[in-house]
Write a new protein. Sequence first.
Length: 236
Amino acid sequence: MTKCSGKGKSTITDAKCTNNGKLDKYYAQRYRYFSQYDLGIMLDTESWYSVTPEKIAEYIASRCDSEHVIVDAFCGAGGNTIQFAKHCKKDIDPIKIELAKNNAKVYGVLHKIEFLIGSFFDHVILEEILGHKIDGVFLSPPWNGPSYLNSDVYYQHDMMNGYGTEKIINYARQISHNLILYVPRNSLIEELESFGLEDEYMEVQKVSLSRAVKALVVFYGNYFWQTRDPSQDFYF
């Protein structure tokens, strides 16, 4: 059963029972986000427009070895981590963690995930992550809501309310040099390329649903040379 309320962005909600008409188009695509939606998937308002579509999340996870440990630095409601089904996952919002736990349980992978509540940039959290053997970090930081669609270009210095993608990447490299970055489709490829390191592999892909580009995915680190997709663009 889904709880319904109109108070606050962290309230567990279902588009069928909310007065927020802006969610209607997302609810209409609910099975793209979670094919098992009807089995008890739970989302809050923010998660409806920030969760990664399941097919795209599956593809991203396929670029990582099944035995590897991946940190999902901004886990949200768990769309990506369900597919990674790996060791560490974190979010600053305890409501999001509860949503992610519920959704991981629906997909039968809850036992494969360790949840950490706190900011990715908290040094206590960093020390806890560094206590594990980590093979890579997935980065899907907040895009500041769906307003990015109103601009021709999404500049990376706007990421996370001005914190900036470059700072996020540099911080994540303390954990691993194998990074996956998920950013808006109107990002500049030249900007994304500038975050790469000399002598390290980097790959930018457009990922699409029904032939419409949904986002860009950037793979940084030599590990991804082994799992590269020669087609570059990935369609579903």
